[in-house]
Design a protein around this ligand. Structure first.
Ligand code: GLC
Ligand code: CA
Length: 533
C-alpha cells in the first residue's frame, strides 16, 4: 500500500504551522505500524507556493519551510530502516514562474532559455495565440510586456509550461530524476502527465455548448491534452527508472480504459502504476457502479492502481458518507479498495475517517483554484487540512497556528483516540492492512466477481493457486442502509468449500461457517472470510 503525504499538513516539527520533513520522520513508526510500504510525498521543493508546491522553482533542493536536503537524506535513511520506500512527486509539465529557467526565458527573445517555454505572438492586439483555456480559469496564455509575446500555461499563470519539444528541456528534466535516484528515492509520482505536449500548430480547440465553473466556454482539449508524444517521454523516463529499479506512478486522468491501458505500455515499458481515476468518478456508494468500474479495470488485464481520494478531491469520508453512518461507510470503502487486486494508494488521514473542512468565506480560501472558482468551486483547502494526531489543541499537528483550520471532528477522529478504540476506523484499517500483507490471495490473487445481480452488496473472491491447491478469500460488502441476507453462489465458479472462517468483519453476529448458509449482512458492513475445502 502506498500512502500519500501532503507535507504541509502531516506534522509540524518546528511549530511554524506548516508540516515538514522532520515531522514526517518523527511519525515513521506510525506509518510502519499502519502497514505502509511506500510514502509519496507531494512536492516539497523550493516553491513560491502559488499552487502549494506544484509550482517548483528548483527541482534539486528542498524548500526551507520543509527542511533541507540533509533532512531529506535523514528521512530517507530512517524510512529505509522501517522498510518504507520514499516516492517523490515529479512535476514535468511546468515550472514556477520564479524558476531560474523561466526568469531567463522571459528576459529577452534571444535568451538561452527562451525556447524552454512556449512563447508566441498574439493573434492581434490583446488577443492570445489561440482559444485554449487554463485549468484554473481564464486564457491559457499570459502576455508578457517585456518581450511583447504570450507564454502558455495549462494551469495557473505562475506555472508556465515547459517546452518538451526542446531536447535541452528533456535532458535537464531527466537529470532531475537521476538526482533524486542518487538520493535514494524509490520512484516518482508523475504530475499532470497528459499535458506535456501541445499541438505544434497550436490549433484552436473545438468548442462545446455552455460554460465551465470559471465562466469560460466549454471546449474539448483536443490540441493540448493527451497527445501521443506524451507516451514517448514516459517511456524514456521508464528506461531511466529501470536503471534504478524504481517505480513510476502516474497522475493519469483518462476517459476510457484503453487510454488507461496505453499508459502501461504495450510491452509494459511505460508507467508501472497509472492511477485509475475513472474509479473516483463513482461518487455514490453503489455496489453495481463499483462492480462495473472494477470489471472495466480488470478487462485491461494490467496491475490496477485504485485511489479513493487525494489532495485534489473531496475526502472519501464525505463523498461516500451519508452523514449518519460515515464510520461504517469508511470501513466498507476500505474493505473494498484494500482487498481489490492491485496496489492501492491511500491519502493521509483516510485511515482516521478525516473529513473535509471547506472554507465558508472567500477571504479564507488559500487554494488558487478556490479563489478563481468561488463560490461554485471552493477549492481544495478542505481536503488538505492538518493530520489529526490527538485530541489536544490543533490535533497535535502543531503548537503554532496551523496553516489551515482543523475540522471539529478531530476530537473523536484522531490517531490517539482511535488507537484505543477497537471499533474505530483506524483499528479497522490496521487490521485490514495486516491481513492483506499476510494473505497471498489478497496480495496476488485473481479477482472473481460473484452475485453480480445484487445491487446492494458487492461480493467477490480473491484466489491464488499454489500448485494444485487454491487459497480463496471471500469479500462481502454491504453498501446499503438495510440489512441484507447474502447467499453466496460458489458453484457457479465451481468452487468447492466446506468451511467459511471469518478473517475480518464488522458484523454484530458471527455468521455460520457453512458456506451454503446465507450471511446476514448488517447495514453498511464488511465480511471477509477464508474458504477452505
Ligand atoms: C496536479 C496536482 C494538482 C496541481 C496540478 C498542477 O493535478 O495534483 O494539485 O494543482 O497538477 O500542477
Ligand atoms: Ca514546520
Amino acid at each position: 500500500m502506498f500512502y500519500e503525504i501532503y507535507p504541509r499538513s502531516f506534522a509540524d516539527s518546528n511549530n511554524d504551522g506548516i508540516g515538514d520533513l522532520n515531522g514526517i520522520k518523527a511519525h515513521l513508526t506510525y506509518l510502519e505500524n499502519l502497514g505502509v510500504d511506500a510514502i509519496w510525498i507531494s512536492p516539497c521543493y523550493p516553491s513560491p507556493q502559488k499552487d502549494f508546491g506544484y509550482d517548483v522553482s528548483d527541482y534539486e533542493n528542498i524548500d526551507p519551510m520543509y527542511g533541507s536536503l540533509q533532512d531529506f537524506d535523514a528521512l530517507e535513511q530512517a524510512a529505509q530502516q522501517d522498510k518504507i520506500k520514499v516516492i517523490m512527486d515529479f512535476v514535468p509539465n511546468h515550472t514556477s514562474d520564479q524558476h531560474k529557467w523561466f526568469l531567463d526565458s522571459r528576459s529577452s527573445r534571444t535568451s538561452a532559455h527562451r525556447d524552454w517555454y512556449i512563447w508566441r505572438d498574439g493573434k492581434g492586439p490583446g488577443q492570445p495565440p489561440n482559444n485554449w483555456i487554463s485549468d484554473f480559469g481564464g486564457p491559457a496564455w499570459t502576455y508578457d510586456p517585456k518581450t511583447s509575446q504570450y507564454y502558455y500555461h495549462y494551469f495557473e499563470a505562475a506555472q508556465p509550461d515547459l517546452n518538451w519539444r526542446n531536447p535541452a528541456v528533456k535532458d535537464a528534466m531527466f537529470d532531475v530524476t537521476r538526482f533524486w535516484y542518487r538520493h535514494g528515492v524509490a520512484g516518482f509520482r508523475l504530475d499532470a502527465v497528459d499535458t506535456l505536449f501541445e499541438d505544434p500548430q497550436l490549433r484552436d480547440n473545438p468548442l462545446l455548448d455552455g460554460k465551465n465553473e470559471f465562466g469560460d466556454r466549454e471546449m474539448v482539449n483536443k490540441f493540448n491534452d493527451n497527445l501521443p508524444e506524451n507516451h514517448v517521454i514516459l517511456k524514456q523516463l521508464r528506461t531511466i527508472a529501470d536503471e534504478h529499479d524504481a517505480v513510476l506512478v502516474g497522475e493519469t486522468w483518462t476517459d476510457n480504459i484503453s487510454q488507461l491501458k496505453e499508459y502501461y505500455g504495450a510491452k509494459n515499458d511505460e508507467i508501472q502504476m497509472p492511477m485509475d481515476f475513472m474509479f473516483t468518478t463513482v461518487n455514490v456508494l453503489s455496489a453495481s457502479k463499483f462492480r462495473a468500474q472494477i470489471a472495466l479495470q480488470e478487462s485491461a488485464k494490467e496491475w490496477p492502481v485504485y485511489v479513493i481520494s487525494n489532495h485534489d478531491m473531496q475526502r472519501s469520508y464525505n463523498r461516500y458518507g451519508d452523514g449518519t453512518h460515515n464510520d461504517q461507510i469508511a470501513k466498507v470503502m476500505a474493505g473494498m479498495y484494500l482487498t481489490l487486486r492491485g496496489t492501492p494508494i491511500m491519502y493521509y488521514g483516510e485511515e482516521l475517517g478525516m473529513e473535509n473542512n471547506d472554507p465558508t468565506r472567500r477571504e479564507d480560501v488559500k487554494d488558487p483554484l478556490g479563489q478563481a472558482g468561488w463560490p461554485v468551486n471552493k477549492g481544495r483547502d478542505g481536503e488538505r487540512t492538518p493530520m489529526q494526531w490527538n485530541d489536544s489543541t490543533h490535533a497535535g499537528f502543531t503548537s503554532g497556528t496551523p496553516w489551515l483550520p482543523i475540522p471539529a471532528s478531530y476530537k473523536s477522529h484522531n490517531v490517539a483516540t482511535e488507537s484505543a478504540d477497537p471499533n474505530s476506523v483506524l483499528v479497522f484499517y490496521k487490521n485490514l492492512l495486516k491481513l492483506r500483507r499476510q494473505n497471498p490471495a489478497l496480495l496476488d490473487g485473481e479477482y472473481i466477481p460473484l452475485n453480480q445481480e445484487d445491487t446492494n452488496v458487492l461480493t467477490y473472491l480473491r484466489r491464488v493457486h499454489h500448485g494444485s491447491e487454491a487459497e480463496t478469500v471471500l469479500v462481502v460488502l454491504n453498501m446499503s442502509a438495510s440489512a441484507q441476507p447474502v447467499q453466496v453462489n460458489l458453484s457457479a465458479q465451481s468452487i468447492v468449500s466446506s468451511k467459511r472462517e471469518a478473517l475480518l468483519t464488522t458484523l454484530g453476529a458471527a455468521p455460520s461457517t457453512n458456506p451454503a448458509d446465507p450471511i446476514q449482512m448488517d447495514p453498511y458492513s464488511v465480511y471477509i472470510a477464508k474458504l477452505t475445502r
